[in-house]
Write a protein that binds this ligand. Structure first.
Ligand SMILES: [Zn+2]
Ligand SMILES: [Zn+2]
Length: 355
């Protein structure tokens, strides 16, 4: 397995991609190397063509063995970029397209450690029931910057549907109240059969390519500023860990269809028109499917509280925070006590005024 390391022109140590910049920066002497434009463009792969080629399941691929040029030590890792286990110099694998899908695009880190600390501090402050210890999260020096693999899919879809269009009408009903006969207007719905064909072109439907991070948390990090993504180049990965995908492109497509479905159904409802709609069945053809592998930047912090580990993810561009947090039993008890006192006071006033 070949790999890339970027020696500093100033001191020979290994440089890292500095978030929010366009430079590789040396953590020791501060020397900066500007990333020159390569002119590379982001391309998408034809899905049918890709799946017709033989390939090994990614789960059966061996780990990368990085041999550090700095200290000579070997590091085995499933990640495509990592750090030397001994001297922490950044290493980036050179990927073989025969073996696995090579990322086409990367959204480079914008949030550096200082900005991360601010984002976490804001988040901890806004968690009212969180124990005071949580405020220390902002000092989380152990946070890791990771690029997480994601698949994006494009498709021109054609959907035949059958359903019903509901049209409202009003009837006058008579009823009796206290022995009196009255009338009222009541809304009813008349249903008509409806069917048709809708066309919808999807662009960059995003689904996760890793099972190592909870999907729910990744969803909370959205939206991603995808237009800011760059053509893949290994330099962006230097100094940051990059997970290898473990969700195959076929599984990713099924998950993407799950995201497309509600959009298509909304299109069908729009096509049906009327006041209410029912969609009984849809048959969708997914034409011209193209896809690409894309790396998204996430800070992963974890902290220990009362013997339990909590995970926090932070969008490496927008600073959006997602994650679990503990609740402070003391703060909740005080809040309940406060509410009970308030009720007691109100009841007291009520009783006093009734006398
Ligand atoms: Zn240096
Ligand atoms: Zn090393």
């Amino acid at each position: 397995m070949s790999q890339t390391q970027y020696p500093c022109a100033g001191c020979g140590a290994n440089v890292e991609f500095a978030p929010g910049t366009n430079v590789l920066k040396c953590p020791y002497c501060g020397h900066e190397t500007v990333l020159q434009q390569t002119g590379a463009r982001v391309r998408e792969h034809d899905f049918l063509q890709f799946t017709s080629l033989p390939r090994k399941p990614v789960a059966t691929l061996a780990k990368h063995v990085f041999v550090c040029r700095n200290c000579g030590a070997q590091t085995e890792s499933e990640s495509i970029s990592d750090r030397c286990r001994f001297c922490t110099a950044p290493v980036v694998a050179e990927l073989n397209a025969q073996e696995l899908v090579v990322p086409e695009a990367v959204l480079p880190f914008v949030l550096d450690k200082r900005a991360l600390r601010e984002a976490l501090g804001e988040w901890a402050k806004s968690r009212w029931f969180a124990p005071s210890g949580l405020k220390k999260v902002s000092e989380a020096e152990t946070a890791k910057s990771m690029y997480l693999p994601h698949w994006t899919y494009d498709s021109r879809t054609v959907t035949d549907y059958q359903g019903q269009r509901g049209e409202h009408y009003w009837v006058t009903e008579t009823y009796t109240e206290n022995g009196e006969t009255k009338t009222r207007e009541v809304q009813k719905t008349r249903w008509f059969h409806a069917s048709g064909t809708v066309y919808y072109d999807f662009d960059d439907v995003l689904v996760t390519g890793t099972t190592k991070v909870t999907q729910k948390h990744l969803d909370e990090l959205e939206p991603w500023p995808l237009p800011d993504s760059q053509a893949y180049r290994p330099e962006y990965l230097a100094g940051h860990e990059t997970l290898r995908y473990d969700v195959e492109p076929e599984t990713g497509l099924e998950n993407a269809k799950g995201k497309m479905r509600p959009v298509i159904e909304a299109e069908c409802r729009h096509d049906i028109g009327g006041d209410e709609q029912r969609v009984d069945n849809m048959h969708t053809q997914y034409n011209d499917v193209t896809f690409k592998l894309m790396l998204l930047p996430v800070w992963i912090a974890c902290y220990l509280y009362a013997g339990k580990t909590y995970n926090i993810q932070v969008n490496g561009v927008t600073g959006e925070v997602a994650g679990e947090r503990p609740y402070s039993a003391l703060k909740i008890a005080m809040a309940i006590l406060g509410a009970l006192l308030a009720i007691a006071v109100i009841v007291g006033i009520y009783v006093a005024t009734k006398r």
